[in-house]
Write a new protein. Structure first.
Length: 71
């Protein structure tokens, strides 16, 4: 699995996951339960992950939608 981005913005995570799903790329959000346990104060960002083989295409799909994913 390759990390595409980290964020505390659950709306953004939902939007990006939907963009990837629409492109046929499966995505998983990690650290959701940990983030909830710490009270969602922002100390632990959630990670958007995709399969290694899909990482480059996922970044391209998100970039085409105007979303920055980081390095």
């Amino acid at each position: 699995m390759t990390e595409i981005l980290r964020t505390n913005d659950v709306v953004r995570l939902s939007w990006l996951s939907a963009l990837l799903a629409d492109a046929g790329i499966g995505a998983v959000v990690l650290d959701t339960h940990t983030s909830v346990l710490e009270g969602s104060i922002g100390a632990i960002p959630r990670r958007l992950m995709v399969a290694d083989d899909d990482a480059e295409r996922a970044r391209r799909v998100l970039a085409d939608a105007g979303e920055e994913t980081g390095p």
